[in-house]
Every structure is written in structure tokens, then in C-alpha cells.
Design a protein around this ligand. Structure first.
Ligand code: NAI
Ligand code: MG
Length: 483
């Protein structure tokens, strides 16, 4: 796992995992209790870095979903909707503080179950999850300031379905604004990463939330579909694939259920000749390789202005020689495990597609992969064109396509010519170029001279097939209220 052209080698620096308590079996968290599934079924959840089983997790069927939604509805009618904002805030602050207190344990479990490098889960996922609860706790008693001269009312029961790339953080994004605005929740984590959501259920129990205000149930797509179709659900929030987003939209057509969708992306990361090149190279690496490229807003399409293309590509290759792929729990690791076997197969199929499309492929020789587990080398496709499938389709792995451009008009046209519109990045010394570009990009978020930066106060969401509705910030309250 060491680069041959290194002048030194890193000794392993594994994060301790003894303090991470994982039970052998997890039941469903319904009405404030862990209850056995009526389905009587459990499934295995594994560590994608070594394929070892971590726990057995309950698989909720339609009856279980009904129990969870009924608990959420009862809790809503009986007390949550009647509680003052200040009282709701106390509970949400409590959750935030306990996440902070238990952040080490949560980070280790996030890396064990999801495969992401401990540096990411420790320094980004878990602190940002706590911050989302803090931020929305602050809004709970100030909703009349969020919506001046209007009277915001809660919706009822929110069904929230989340993916595997940021398991605890996505749960926080969904649960915090829902509770702050007075709704109750049924949340389902992804089948491959249920453990931190179940830990959150334990935290919610410790925080003495009124039973039924938050219910956390586990299962596959069928469980999610049963949540979407339940008649007592008032609001659906989904993050995941565009395909499932479309299924959900069809399923609720003609009902008065409210919906927000946060789907895929294929972000353009644009480097102009006057950009700070070293900083840009670091931003490119951060944008697509860290987190194994399992990021909906990953900077997966690089556009480099012709004059600096050679320099950027050679510096990028040199930087890739130093990236460490391996044990997610090692503090030196840059790139952890791919989340699942299916996802690794999907990425590998795109590597073949790119090669068959005639593109030049680059993977560092210095980068070695562990023998066990699901791992993928960071990869470049050089000389890509708009028509290539690897340029048009979401890969959701550490794979970067590189295109060159001459003028700002050309790059805006190419960057926008895609079914997605979630995010983008621009690297230049000139402020006027940044404003020119950001105003013409059809992307929900545009980062300038940085990439993948998040803050609970700042809204996030997409255009076109990337979905609709905003999460985060003041805007993130909107999908959970009516007037
Ligand atoms: P997925 O969309 O199938 O799964 C996301 C969540 O939806 C999971 O909790 C899953 O159990 C649930 N789900 C699945 N089918 C459902 C249905 N019919 N009704 C309700 N809920 C349902 O995503 P998957 O299969 O894990 O990944 C496939 C691709 O989707 C990835 O390769 C990637 O391209 C994209 N993706 C995008 C994400 C994003 O952040 N926008 C996150 C995860 C995946
Ligand atoms: Mg799927």
C-alpha cells in the first residue's frame, strides 16, 4: 500500500475500535422501543473492506411499516404538534450534543459499515451531522422569523429514505428539519449501511424523545416502497438513484403527499488557465477521489483550459501516485472501500465502457489494492468527449473524465449539456469569471476555488434529473411546512 516513488513509508495508524459497540442483532425502532419485525426476517450487514458480517438487521415488511407510520401519526396528533417550538428545540439540541459526545464511536461504525476512510467520517460526516441538529434546533422556536407574516404549519408524518454514501449525515439532514418544524418521522437507512442510523435510534431513546416521534426501520427497496405508499404519510423525502426517484414520483401522483428528491449528479469541475494550479489539483482530488467518489455532487467531469491541460494532468497523475487506498480505519488512508459488491461491479463495468470507447485510461502503478474487500483504484479517462457514456452517466466511483476547452462559452455549453444539474466547481483567479460562470451554470451548488464544502446554513439541491427541493439552511425548512 505504499508508493514506490515515496521517499518514506507510512506505518499503519489504525483507529481503535474497541469502544464501538455493535450488537449481534438489531430490531426495528418503533414507538420508542426496539421491537422484533413482524416479518420475522433479518439480513446481514457487512464490512465492505473485508466482507466480514457485522450484525443481523431486521427486514421490515408492510405490517412493520404500518406499525411505524401509525406510531408516528399517533405521536404527531397526541403531543408533537402541540408542543411549543422551544420545547421541540430542547430535544433536538439534546440529540446534537449526544452525537458530539459519541462522535468517536459513530465515526468508527460509519467507517466499518460503509467503507469510508476514518478521516472522512471523523472530520466530516459525524461533526456535520451534529451541526445539522444544532442548526435546526435553533430554528424550532423562530419559524415566524423564517417565514415573516405567514403562519407555518407542520405537515404530519414524514417518510424519509436515505442512501449509503453518507448514512448518519443523510439521517441528520432529513430528521433535523422535520422535527424542528413539528413533524414526526419514519426513516429508513440504506440496506448496506444501517448501523449508524440504528445507533442514532439508541441516542434518540437516550434523549427521551416522546415515543413515536422518530421511528427508524430497516429493509430493502420493498420497505421503502411500502413507506411511500402508506396512506398516512404526508411528506416523502428521498435521496438516492434517479431511477427510484422516478418510481416514487409516479407512485404518489394524484395524492397530496409532498415530495423532495435529491438524486444523482455529474458535476463539472472547471479549471481556467489563470487558476492556482496546485490548489486546483488538490480540489480535483478531493472532489472525485476522496469518499471513493460516492458523492452525488462529486466533481466527476474535469474541464481544463487547453493552455494548462498538460500541467494539470501531469500534476494530477503525480498526486495520484501518493494516494493511499486501503483500510478505512487507518488514519493515513485517503480512499477507503467501495460500499458494496454491486457498486464495485457497476464501477468496473464503466471502466470497461470507457476503454471500449477508446479513451486513454490512467491508474497509478504506485497504488496497490488490498486483497480482500471491495476496492477500486482512482482512475482518469483522458481525452474524453461529450458523447462518451462515461461523461454522460453517473458512475458513483473514483473515476474522473478529462475534457479540454478554449473559451468560457464553450465550457458553459459543455458543462450544462447533461441530464443532471446538482453541482459544479470553478477554478480561476478572476472574480468576474466566477460570477459570469455561476450565473450561467444550471447547477444547484457552484463552488469557486474550492470543492465539496458543506455547511448546515447553506441550502443544497439540484436542477433537472438531479431532483427538486432544497435541504440545509432556511430553505431546508420549506419542504416540511404548509401555510
Ligand atoms: P437506490 O436509489 O436504489 O437506494 C437508495 C435508497 O432507496 C435505499 O434506502 C433503498 O433501499 C431505497 N429504495 C430502493 N428502491 C426503492 C423503491 N422502489 N421505493 C422506495 N425506496 C427504495 O440506490 P442504489 O441502488 O443503492 O444505488 C444505485 C445508484 O444510484 C448508484 O450507483 C448511484 O449512481 C446512485 N446513488 C445516488 C445517491 C445520491 O446521493 N444522490 C446515493 C446513492 C446512490
Ligand atoms: Mg437500487
Amino acid at each position: 500500500m505504499t508508493a514506490s516513488n515515496f521517499t518514506w513509508e507510512y506505518a499503519p495508524a489504525p483507529e481503535a475500535k474497541d469502544h464501538a459497540k455493535i450488537k449481534k442483532q438489531y430490531d426495528l425502532f418503533i414507538n420508542g422501543q426496539f421491537v422484533k419485525p413482524q416479518s420475522k426476517k433479518y439480513f446481514e450487514t457487512i464490512n465492505p473492506a473485508n466482507e466480514e458480517v457485522l450484525a443481523q438487521v431486521a427486514e421490515a415488511n408492510e405490517k412493520d411499516v404500518n406499525a411505524a407510520v401509525t406510531a408516528a401519526k399517533t405521536a404527531y396528533d397526541k403531543y408533537w404538534k402541540k408542543l411549543s417550538g422551544a420545547e421541540r428545540a430542547k430535544y433536538i439540541f439534546r440529540i446534537a450534543r449526544v452525537i458530539q459526545e459519541r462522535s468517536r464511536e459513530l465515526a468508527v461504525i460509519e467507517s466499518l459499515n460503509g467503507g469510508k476512510a476514518i478521516r472522512e467520517s471523523r472530520d466530516f460526516d459525524i461533526p456535520t451531522a451534529a451541526n445539522h441538529f444544532f442548526y435546526y434546533a435553533g430554528w424550532a422556536d423562530k419559524l415566524e422569523y423564517a417565514f415573516p407574516n405567514r403562519t407555518p404549519q407542520s405537515l404530519g408524518v414524514a417518510a424519509q429514505i436515505i442512501p449509503w454514501n453518507f448514512p448518519l449525515l443523510m439521517a441528520a439532514w432529513k430528521i433535523a428539519p422535520a422535527l424542528a418544524t413539528g413533524n414526526t418521522v419514519v426513516l429508513k437507512p440504506a440496506e448496506s449501511t444501517p448501523l449508524t442510523a440504528l445507533k442514532l435510534a439508541e441516542i434518540i431513546q437516550d434523549c427521551d424523545l416522546p415515543p413515536g416521534v422518530v421511528n427508524i426501520i430497516t429493509g430493502f427497496g420493498n420497505t421503502g416502497a411500502a413507506m411511500v405508499n402508506h396512506p398516512q404519510v404526508n411528506k416523502i423525502a428521498f435521496t438516492g438513484s434517479t431511477d427510484v426517484g422516478k418510481i416514487i414520483q409516479k407512485a404518489i401522483a394524484g395524492t397530496d403527499k409532498k415530495l423532495t428528491l435529491e438524486l444523482g449528479g455529474k458535476a463539472a469541475n472547471i479549471v481556467f488557465e489563470d487558476a492556482p494550479i496546485n490548489q486546483a489539483v488538490e480540489g480535483i482530488v478531493n472532489g472525485i477521489f476522496f469518499n471513493q467518489g460516492h458523492v452525488c455532487c462529486a466533481g466527476s467531469r474535469l474541464f481544463v483550459q487547453e493552455g494548462v491541460a498538460d500541467e494539470v494532468i501531469s500534476k494530477l497523475k503525480a498526486r495520484m501516485d501518493t494516494l493511499i487506498v486501503g483500510d478505512p480505519l487507518d488514519k493515513n488512508t485517503d480512499i477507503g472501500a467501495i460500499n458494496s459488491k454491486e457498486q464495485l461491479e457497476k464501477i468496473k463495468s464503466y471502466l470497461k465502457i470507457g476503454v471500449n470507447e477508446g479513451l486513454e485510461i490512467f491508474q497509478s502503478d504506485a497504488c496497490a489494492l488490498p486483497k480482500k474487500g471491495f476496492f477500486c483504484k482512482p482512475t482518469l479517462f483522458i481525452g474524453a468527449a461529450q458523447s462518451n457514456r462515461v461523461v454522460q452517466e453517473e458512475i458513483f466511483g473514483p473515476v474522473l473524465t478529462i475534457q479540454t476547452f478554449r473559451t468560457i462559452e464553450e465550457v458553459i455549453e459543455k458543462a450544462n449539456n447533461i441530464p443532471y444539474g446538482l453541482s459544479a466547481g470553478v477554478w480561476t483567479d478572476k472574480g468576474s469569471k466566477i460570477f459570469n460562470l455561476t450565473s450561467k451554470m444550471r447547477a444547484g451548488v457552484v463552488w469557486a476555488n474550492t470543492y465539496n464544502k458543506f455547511d448546515p446554513t447553506s441550502p443544497f439541491g439540484g436542477y433537472k434529473e438531479s431532483g427538486f427541493g432544497r435541504e440545509g439552511g432556511l430553505h431546508g425548512l420549506m419542504p416540511y411546512v404548509k401555510f
